[in-house]
Design a protein around this ligand. Structure first.
Ligand SMILES: NC(=O)c1ccc[n+]([C@@H]2O[C@H](COP(=O)([O-])OP(=O)(O)OC[C@H]3O[C@@H](n4cnc5c(N)ncnc54)[C@H](O)[C@@H]3O)[C@@H](O)[C@H]2O)c1
Length: 440
């Protein structure tokens, strides 16, 4: 009580686009005030109703976010039996009491009783919890299997690591791969498939940037028709983007990421200390994704210190991907600026850094959105400079981009900070002009 279940639960449900059930509120709506229920029929009658509601809500096909106290044995047993993912909202007793004192809640009238109950229930809650969190970001991260911990905490049966990262951080890996895009090939995937000596219950750990986690995740998705894997991202791009959301894949000579799968990692372990050795160029690539995330969330996440910045960005992407795991809806927003970025990369024969292309892509998207302040923000934060690329190749690539539809190019724009829209309304001439303005 007083942990913030309703506030946090509503926020998590909104982000995951799931229905929200606040059990106390629903019981009150159906059976009158809990206070009177307690007074007239006693606590056990209330607990019975609570258990019935839990069973009913969890039995529905559509997954939901539920705010429930775990005070009753019956409730805890049910949550466990029904396979509900349980997050304990951590709150200290003083904060909890300050929130509930003076309310009409039956169990919040006597401070001493309240404190005793807190101490008595604590181990019961801990026993039923799969994870703990203090806020909505924490709940989303836990639900996505993402935790912040030292990279050595990621334990599995085989470790595929970027050889550069392994050397820098003194990690002994079972399988080394070269870092960077050239690793994402059929040949590298085949080499790993053939070298792995695992069974179907094994877990593969992948340590490295997005290239390594994309490759190793794809190998995990396909080896023995799919084994568990744990992503340990070592770049800023990996920690705020690539290691989250379950997209894995490799490149073909015909294009990037043309063979792949959706294979959500069993866990993602984020250790921001790994970033200490990251070269500036790679940090810049990550910063472009951080700025994109801030624009999509409507908050200046780029202003936060590194640890909190990564946590907030990771939670944002995780929520969007949990809401749309197979990329059929809201996940499209993550392409903000990327349609232009991919076109510039293709137009340059993939010679320009991804971060530079994304910075320019964001600029074009914001200009087309008519958002002057945000355009200036991107200019100030990422200093995007026009690049020399083949104009016609870039334009052709933009038209071919998988987001092209019905002869018009579907673009992600912003109605305002935090309000992404996918639109095919922009005339091709304006899209072309926006692209041209990015090219030196
Ligand atoms: N699956 C997804 O949802 C998703 C999303 C975004 C990007 N990606 C993919 O991610 C890839 C890009 O990943 P990236 O930007 O993380 O780079 P990367 O994995 O290609 O690594 C870039 C360079 O940084 C080095 N490096 C990595 N970690 C380091 C560290 N801690 N210290 C020093 N050097 C380090 C690598 O050895 C490499 O040379 C692309 O292939 C892209 O398609 C995938």
């Amino acid at each position: 009580m007083g942990a913030g279940k309703t506030t946090v639960g509503e926020e998590v449900a909104r982000r995951l686009q799931r229905p929200f059930h606040e059990l106390d509120r629903e019981i009150e709506a159906a059976h009158g005030s809990i206070w009177e229920l307690f007074a007239e029929q006693g606590e056990s009658a209330f607990r019975e109703l609570e258990a019935r509601f839990v069973r009913d809500v969890c039995g529905r096909r559509n997954p939901a976010v539920i705010a429930v106290g775990g005070g009753a044995v019956e409730t805890r047993r049910l949550l466990h039996e029904l396979g509900v993912f349980v997050v304990l909202l951590d709150v200290d007793v003083d904060t909890a009491w300050a929130r509930v004192r003076g309310s009409r809640r039956p169990l919040a009238r006597d401070e001493e009783e309240f404190r005793k109950r807190y101490v008595a229930r604590r181990p019961l809650y801990e026993d039923v919890a799969d994870a703990r969190a203090v806020d909505a970001d924490g709940v989303v991260l836990a639900a996505a299997g993402i935790r912040f911990a030292p990279h050595v905490d990621a334990a599995g049966d085989a470790l595929v690591a970027d050889e550069h990262v392994a050397a820098l951080h003194g990690v002994e890996a079972t399988h080394l791969v070269t870092g960077g895009e050239p690793a994402k090939t059929v040949a590298e995937a085949e080499r790993l498939w053939r070298a792995l000596d695992l069974d179907r219950s094994s877990t593969l750990v992948a340590l490295g940037g997005g290239s390594t986690t994309d490759l190793a995740g794809f190998v995990a998705a396909t080896y023995l028709r799919g084994i568990d894997w744990i992503a340990v991202p070592s770049t800023l791009v990996g920690q705020v983007d690539a290691a989250i959301g379950g997209k894995v894949g490799i490149d073909l000579p015909e294009g990037k990421n043309l063979a792949g799968a959706f294979h959500w990692p069993a866990a993602t372990v984020i250790d921001t200390e790994l970033l200490e050795t990251l070269p500036d160029e790679e940090l810049r690539n990550g910063r472009a994704e951080v700025v994109k995330t801030g624009l999509l969330s409507g908050e200046p996440l780029w202003e936060l210190e590194r640890g909190e910045q990564v946590r907030r960005c990771a939670a944002f992407k995780a929520a969007v991907c949990l809401a749309d795991p197979l990329d059929r809806g809201v996940r499209a927003q993550l392409n903000l600026g990327h349609t232009f970025a991919h076109a510039l990369e293709a137009g340059s024969g993939y010679r320009i850094p991804h971060g530079r292309a994304v910075a320019l892509g964001l600029l074009a998207a914001l200009r087309l959105s008519g958002l002057e302040d945000e355009t200036s923000t991107v200019e100030a934060l990422l200093s995007p400079e026009p690049v020399e690329v083949d104009r016609e190749r870039a334009w052709t690539a933009l038209g071919r981009d998988k987001k092209a539809s019905g002869g018009r190019i579907a673009l992600v724009l912003l109605d305002g900070p935090g309000r992404p829209v996918v639109t095919a309304e922009i005339e091709p001439e304006r899209v072309r002009a926006a692209l041209d303005s990015l090219i030196a």
